[in-house]
Design a protein. Structure first.
Length: 118
């Protein structure tokens, strides 16, 4: 399970990317497509067109870091709620953990919980 501070948010870019992009290219995508600050300390998740590669860009106190995973078999399946026409969506740390583990988030049943109004 991922342990992230409550202040860290996770943003999923729903548009497929060219995974040859690195720090500067991913920062440009965060600014242009998600209209967010890549130096904010939040996690930005990107997936390639085939769904076999996933990159996570984040600011690590004194520099940018990229986490990269390539699957030998299967694909990373984005939640349908995240890919409904927009450029990006916010997901929970639990949803990111399920995505990385290969669990289809859409088929999981989530029970109603209290959510403080924003």
């Amino acid at each position: 399970m991922l342990s992230l501070p409550p202040s860290v948010r996770i943003y999923l870019c729903t548009k497929p990317i060219d995974c040859r992009r690195s720090f500067d290219g991913l920062c440009a995508l965060v600014v242009e497509q998600l209209q967010l600050d890549p130096l904010s300390g939040h996690l930005f998740v990107f997936r390639n067109r085939s769904g076999q590669r996933l990159k996570i860009l984040y600011w690590d106190r004194d520099g940018l870091a990229v986490w990269y995973k390539r699957l030998e078999q299967g694909t990373f399946k984005l939640p349908t709620s995240a890919s409904s026409g927009s450029q990006g969506a916010e997901i929970t740390p639990a949803a990111l953990a399920m995505l990385l583990e290969g669990i289809d988030i859409d088929t999981c049943k989530r029970h109603q919980r209290y959510c403080r109004p924003t």
